[in-house]
Design a protein around this ligand. Structure first.
Ligand SMILES: Cc1cc2nc3c(=O)[nH]c(=O)nc-3n(C[C@H](O)[C@H](O)[C@H](O)COP(=O)(O)OP(=O)(O)OC[C@H]3O[C@@H](n4cnc5c(N)ncnc54)[C@H](O)[C@@H]3O)c2cc1C
Length: 348
């Protein structure tokens, strides 16, 4: 009989973020599918009661908590100690958590401490012939595999955006405190602050509804025989600021900087989508001036509604992979779109 532990850390205000609520839904539905399985919730943070209350009626059998100011921020030593203590207190055979950067860097080590196994980037959980099984993608999302494991405990990290978050289960939860012995070395690392770019400088937004992909066409010579990279940058960033969309790029466009050509300074290799870039999961995507196979077939694989703007009506990948292809000049289109969005600028 499996004992499933849903594991999450709380945010600064004690609440649970969307990826955690998605992992919760995955843990709950796995427990419902597995004959005889029980499931518990384990929370870590400086304040955990708001998070526990948010999921009080989720169906978790017990709520275990590791709380205290030392668990406020992401730090390997304290996060690993808390996760290990919760897993042991729960007697967990399966641990389900969100594949956030915080858990990604800690839970492989916890699996080792527990002499268990871990699978990351899991996109679906299910049951095959009475045993739990997980789905994940390999080779840059070109192959899908279903994995089963005999080893326990088995830590499963669910990819954010792959499950609907659990809603409507708030109430008052009773949390059982779990003590954690922190070795002296746990305080060797002290978090003195967070350095992050201003909100409007951060253009990669996994939670945005729309992904806007810029291709190398933005820097090519246009109908007047001249490139217009500066105008391209203004049009793109204007759109991104107004809509709070996430900004993606083709490889060719981000690579141009290495070739000394006119480039868009708003882009780095982190923005690249595709086989050697990221595979985002936004609801909608708009590709502009983009021809490449990799961004359209691999980078876009999980975008639900795909549209493209390209001057070339014969652009095979845009035609073949987008739901709607606008054969048009992206400069003209985005100028008009920004004009229409005129009143809708979102303060950053
Ligand atoms: C092993 C390998 C891995 C790769 N991995 C990736 C990857 O991860 N991601 C990736 O993106 N690429 C990847 N590539 C490169 C990929 O094959 C393409 O070369 C690249 O994506 C092309 O970029 P692009 O579409 O932006 O540029 P281009 O191919 O130059 O296309 C520009 C497009 O802009 C259009 N255009 C020009 N002006 C306008 C205008 N005013 N309005 C509208 N449209 C206009 C043109 O019609 C053209 O279709 C990889 C290649 C290899 C070999």
């Amino acid at each position: 009989m499996e004992t499933i532990l849903f594991l999450a850390y709380t945010e600064v205000d004690g609440t649970l973020a969307k990826p955690a609520l998605e992992a919760l839904a995955a843990a709950k539905s796995l427990a419902a599918e597995l004959p005889g399985a029980r499931w518990l919730a384990g929370l870590v943070g400086s304040s955990i009661q708001p998070g526990a209350d948010r999921i009080a009626h989720s169906g978790a059998e017990r709520f275990l908590g590791v709380a205290g100011p030392e668990f406020d921020q992401s730090r390997y030593a304290t996060d690993a100690a808390a996760a290990e203590a919760l897993a042991r207190a729960a007697g967990a055979t399966i641990i389900v958590a969100a594949a956030t950067s915080r858990w990604n860097r800690v839970l492989a080590g916890v699996a080792s401490r527990l002499q268990g196994r871990i699978d990351t980037h899991v996109t679906a959980l299910g049951v095959r012939e009475g045993a739990p099984a997980v789905t994940r993608w390999f080779y840059r999302q070109r192959m899908e595999a279903i994995l089963e494991r005999k080893q326990r405990p088995w830590i499963i990290l669910t990819e954010p955006g792959t499950h609907a978050q659990l809603e409507g289960c708030a109430g008052a939860a009773v949390v059982e405190p779990i003590p954690v012995e922190l070795a002296d070395k746990c305080s060797r690392t002290s978090v003195t602050g967070v350095q992050a770019p201003p909100a409007d400088a951060q253009t990669i937004r996994p939670d945005a509804e729309l992904l806007f992909v810029a291709g190398a066409g933005w820097t090519k010579k246009q109908s007047d025989g001249q490139p217009h990279a500066r105008e391209a940058e203004t049009l793109i960033m204007d759109f991104i600021h107004r809509t709070r969309a996430s900004l993606g790029s083709s490889k060719s466009l981000v690579d141009l900087s290495g070739e000394g050509q006119a480039v868009l300074s708003c882009l780095t290799h982190l923005n690249q989508v595709g086989q050697t870039g990221s595979t985002p999961r936004h609801l909608k995507g708009l590709a502009t001036c983009c021809h490449g196979e990799e961004p359209h077939t691999v980078g876009w694989r999980f975008i639900s509604e795909r549209r493209a703007v390209n001057l070339d009506p014969a652009c095979g990948w845009a035609r073949g992979k987008a739901d709607v292809l606008y054969v048009a000049d992206a400069f003209a289109v985005m100028r008009k779109v920004n004009e229409l969005l005129g009143g809708a600028a979102v303060a950053s």
